[in-house]
Design a protein around this ligand. Structure first.
Ligand code: ADP
Ligand code: MG
Length: 398
């Protein structure tokens, strides 16, 4: 179902409540990476240009004690936003009350206000994170329309996304949220085929729901990473000291049987004698893994086998690295798969969903070679599991 976006509503002279994801890393009081602030600029600038009175808010970190508040104030974020926008941002260090209300009522069209970390409301009774009905209603009462542009929290029903949406006439998606819905939602609902899913990462148990869901939708499911070894075990191979989830072997057997050839596992792996960045790499056929070695990456033959399938794909969703990419000697499988995907970008939709997979691709400097790199770790995982995300559900349908 298509969702309403910021383009579909009138913003002029309206008090525009906008939930952004400004949950940036802060070290010693300084923002160490401002990508999330930069990413929100197009939606913010659009609202300003259209003459809205903009009220921004976000969570930042977790608030469990009074001390957490000092470390997680959005004040530094407001300052950085002001620099990036080249425009005054009025920061109100409150999450409710007269001072905030007065400042909002004094806003003129095209002006920007930001209020304090929504999770300050978690200190007593987790009001934000448990979607306290009074809080969502109160925040909704501060504005005329609501724009949700925070995909990273879309898998949680909080007062600042779902609570507000339910208490206001217009709840629409900003450009960032729209892009996530178009790419991930689009691939899952109506993929151009062949649709190839590439799954990796450490554990089968983390990804069972993703495997189940993508097996239903995709034409091929390529499996690498640590989770592949539970599948190799299920196929009857000896996997040495490789990562194994003993209690998932039967499930892997069942999945292989039901998948009818859809699941593809490579024919070789890169192993080591210990889990160590300086360990010597060995290339081994999956049928010949020595008992004192563990699998660290997919091997060169596996890369070729995967590449052969990738080259004809029209849609690819990738979640989970192919190996221990944090160690240079074992990053090659992940890097080669990333490179194969960059080759098909012109005629295929290529999507990365998964925190570590996204980090790997960015580390390789290949991010421009993809159609979409999701900004949400947990949110993209749940999206790929086929779940309806509460933050998206709460946005009005077109
Ligand atoms: P994502 O965040 O993209 O969803 P995961 O969190 O599931 O990915 O998995 C990422 C982790 O999987 C990485 O830290 C990587 O080192 C680890 N990993 C990949 N292959 C292996 C392997 N063969 N053995 C152990 N760990 C692995
Ligand atoms: Mg991860």
């Amino acid at each position: 179902m298509a969702k309403k976006t910021i383009r579909d509503i009138e913003l002029k002279d309206k008090k525009v409540l906008m939930r952004v994801d400004f949950n940036v890393p802060i070290q010693n009081g300084k923002i160490s990476d401002d990508n999330r602030i930069r990413a929100a600029l197009p939606t913010i600038e659009y609202a300003i240009e259209k003459g809205g009175k903009l009220i921004l808010f976000s969570h930042l970190g977790r608030i469990k004690t009074e001390e957490d508040k000092a470390k997680n104030s959005l004040a530094v974020v407001a300052t950085r936003l002001e620099e990036l926008l080249g425009k005054k941002v009025t920061f109100i260090p409150e999450t409710r009350g007269e001072k905030l209300e007065a400042a909002i009522n004094n806003l003129k069209s095209g002006e920007v206000l930001m209020f304090e970390n929504t999770r300050f409301e978690d200190l007593e009774g987790k009001k934000e994170s448990k979607n306290d009905p009074e809080l969502g209603k109160y925040w909704a009462s501060l504005g005329d329309v609501f724009v949700n542009d925070a995909f990273g929290t879309a898998h949680r029903a909080h007062a600042s996304n779902v609570g507000i949406s339910e208490n206001i006439e217009e709840a629409v998606a900003g450009f960032l949220l729209e892009k996530e819905i178009n790419f991930i939602g689009g691939a899952l609902e109506n993929p151009e085929r062949p649709f190839v899913a590439i799954l990796g990462g450490a554990k089968v148990s983390d990804k069972i729901e993703v495997i189940n869901n993508l097996l239903k939708i995709a034409d091929k499911v390529l499996i690498g990473g640590g989770m592949a070894f539970t599948f190799y075990k299920a196929m009857g191979y000896e996997i040495g000291k490789s990562l194994l989830e003993e209690d998932k072997v039967d499930l892997a057997k069942q999945l292989l049987k039901e998948a009818n050839g859809k699941i593809v596992l490579g024919s070789d792996v890169v192993t080591a004698k210990e889990f160590n960045k300086d360990a010597q790499p060995f290339v081994r056929k999956v049928t010949e893994i020595p008992s004192d070695e563990l699998g660290m990456d997919i091997g060169p033959e596996s890369v070729k086998e995967f590449a052969e399938i990738i080259k004809d794909a029209k849609t690819v969703v990738w979640n989970g690295p192919m190996g221990v990419f944090e160690f240079e000697s074992f990053a090659n499988g992940t890097k080669q798969v990333a490179l194969e995907l960059t080759k098909i970008k012109d005629h295929a939709t290529t999507i990365i969903g998964g925190g570590d997979s996204a980090a790997a691709v960015i580390e390789f400097g290949l991010e421009d070679g993809f159609s979409h790199i999701s900004t949400g770790g947990g949110a993209s995982l749940e999206y790929l599991e086929g779940k309806e995300l509460p933050g998206i559900k709460a946005v009005k349908d077109k």
